[in-house]
Design a protein around this ligand. Structure first.
Ligand SMILES: Cc1cc2nc3c(=O)[nH]c(=O)nc-3n(C[C@H](O)[C@H](O)[C@H](O)COP(=O)(O)OP(=O)(O)OC[C@H]3O[C@@H](n4cnc5c(N)ncnc54)[C@H](O)[C@@H]3O)c2cc1C
Ligand SMILES: *[C@@H]1O[C@H](CO)[C@@H](O)[C@H](O)[C@H]1NC(C)=O
Ligand SMILES: *[C@@H]1O[C@H](CO)[C@@H](O)[C@H](O)[C@H]1NC(C)=O
Ligand SMILES: *[C@@H]1O[C@H](CO)[C@@H](O)[C@H](O)[C@H]1NC(C)=O
Length: 479
């Protein structure tokens, strides 16, 4: 009994001794932003430790491993031109990309009717609604691009109309521009697939800044680049799944420098150094990088308190509501029917779909986003029930063969303790204009990364990587 107890005490003491680490930089979060930051900090010869809450790296990037040895992405998936930093990282890590499947016709599912159409947005292929509706939609998109081009991506809040544009929702703006039901439906669908919010949720200023961010230093952002496949944000996929970006980067950084299962609860300044306390360890560091969305960052305790504006920002910036359902079939049979797997629908649990078949074409799959109000409506609904809805939707879109599904993968990001939604935390009215600078302004030696802080490709893997690189440069310059 006594012996037992003392062994326990010795084990405990050993654990607590082993569990205090001193580094130059403590990085909280092993998503792409935290990992990208670590890469550059290591390169600058500084020591670091990443504390990650989950039992894996990648955050909003996650591969599902199927019984047949293949993978499907449950989080971020697509990459495209102007997403220079994620493409460079993939290349550096020896990963290759392949084009998203777009051969054949897309489907508009409207009023219970399937209408196939040629969907190449790059060549102006809008969904088959009346020409008046197409014109309304096209002119709204042109206007949004023009307004977005006036913004400084580094400080959209400094535009002369920032307060005005931030005082209205995207919905109140577009209702003053378009009147036809069909153009509204298509615009709603587009915004839901970009932000996973309804149009009444983000502010106009935020949407404009999101459009402006959909490009790079030499190529201005456009809404078409957000929505489109070929030549746009959904252009390509990473062979083997996007989580390989995180996994391979983690290998390079050294697994010993990444502590998993280590949710950080407190960041406390003590005797000129930060003491970072997780459920497992205490780390002391000269600098701290918070590499996660603002709402997740707001769940950590800070001593001394963060500036009021930073905390108010994290109080006001919610995650979108998103889930993914992926239906697995023995073969991509819809391709033989002339469909490219892309659907826009006015009903159902999944209203935007993609052909998710991997490069090997070893099986077929259709991925459907569960977005905004649809995701919220499924709170408390069982997975089995959701899967039945998904199958019904796919039968509506593609016909009876869709019933022959072998498996449905379901991932609800709003139920994930360390994401609580996705794809991104967005700005409702009155946030970006009043608190924008607090997205990135460091608080003493606490620095903020995460895709939400990126001037280019905010909300995307590319933005996450850019934010990590920016924050690492900030920290290294301060030594
Ligand atoms: C369904 C879905 C689809 C998407 N599709 C695409 C796409 O096609 N293309 C694209 O480019 N992007 C897409 N995205 C967005 C993309 O996933 C994100 O922009 C990007 O991965 C964010 O990286 P991050 O490092 O900023 O944040 P995260 O990935 O959220 O990383 C933050 C990390 O911090 C950890 N953490 C949180 N709290 C704590 C704590 N207290 N202590 C320690 N660790 C903590 C989290 O576990 C997480 O690992 C999608 C996202 C979702 C959810
Ligand atoms: C921006 O993207 C374009 C198109 O992909 C590319 O040609 C250009 O080199 C990129 N610019 C920068 C600064 O990386
Ligand atoms: C869909 O149905 C509604 C109500 O019946 C009708 O007003 C509308 O014109 C229909 N739209 C299309 C595209 O058929
Ligand atoms: C489903 O698959 C089985 C076995 O391959 C096949 O016999 C059947 O015709 C398929 N059903 C439909 C509706 O395609």
């Amino acid at each position: 009994m006594h012996l037992h107890l003392s062994i326990a005490i010795i084990a405990f003491l050993a654990a607590s001794l082993a569990s205090t680490r001193d580094v130059d930089v403590a990085i909280i979060g092993a998503g792409l932003s935290g990992l990208a930051a670590a890469k550059d900090i290591a390169k600058a010869g500084k020591t670091f430790l990443i504390l990650e809450a989950r039992s894996r790296v990648g955050g909003r990037v996650l591969n599902a491993h199927l019984a047949n040895g293949e993978v499907q992405e449950l989080g971020a998936e697509f990459v495209g031109p102007t997403q220079d930093r994620v493409l460079a990282l993939a290349d550096e890590l020896g990963l290759t990309t392949y084009p998203t499947y777009t051969t054949g016709k897309a489907i508009l599912y409207r009023n219970g009717t399937v209408t196939p159409y040629d969907a190449d947005l790059a060549t102006g292929g809008l969904p088959p609604v009346s020409s008046e509706a197409q014109e309304e939609l096209a002119s709204l998109m042109t206007e949004l691009d023009a307004l977005a081009s006036e913004l400084d991506v580094n400080a959209p809040w400094e535009h002369g109309n920032a307060l005005l544009w931030d005082s209205m929702t995207l919905k109140s703006f577009f209702e003053s521009r378009i009147g036809l039901q069909d153009s509204r439906l298509l615009f709603d669908t587009a915004i839901r697939s970009i932000l996973s919010t309804e149009t009444e949720e983000p502010s106009l200023l935020y949407m404009l800044s999101y459009i402006a961010a959909a490009g790079n230093q030499t190529t201005p952002g456009t809404i078409t680049r957000l929505i489109g496949s070929k030549g746009a944000a959904q252009d390509s996929r990473v062979d083997g799944g996007t989580q390989l970006l995180a996994e391979k980067l983690a290998e390079r950084l050294g697994r010993g420098n990444i502590l998993l299962n280590s949710p950080v609860r407190e960041v406390k300044l003590q005797d000129g150094r930060y003491s970072v306390r997780s459920d497992q360890v205490k780390v002391t560091a000269r600098h701290v990088i918070i590499a996660m969305s603002p709402p997740m960052a707001g769940r950590i305790s800070y001593d001394p308190l963060l500036p009021a504006a930073r905390d108010q920002l994290t109080q006001r910036m919610p995650m979108g509501s998103i889930g993914k359902a992926i239906a697995i079939y023995p073969r991509p049979w819809w391709r033989e029917l002339g469909f490219n797997g892309q659907v826009q629908s006015d009903t159902g649990v999944i209203r935007a779909t993609y052909d998710n078949t991997p490069a090997s074409e070893g099986f077929g799959s259709i991925m459907g986003f569960i977005e905004a109000d649809e995701m919220r409506a499924l709170d408390g609904v069982s997975e089995a029930e959701i899967k039945r809805h998904v199958t019904r939707d796919l039968i509506n879109f593609f016909g009876p063969q869709a019933a022959n599904v072998s498996q449905i993968l379901l991932q609800r990001w709003d139920l994930e303790e360390f994401s609580r939604g996705g794809p991104v935390a967005y700005c409702p009215p009155g946030l970006l204009s009043k608190y924008g600078p607090s997205l990135r302004n460091p608080a003493a030696r606490i620095h903020f990364a995460g895709t939400e802080t990126a001037p280019y490709w905010t909300g995307y893997m590319d933005g996450a990587i850019r934010s990590g690189e920016r924050v690492a440069a900030e920290v290294v310059a301060d030594f």
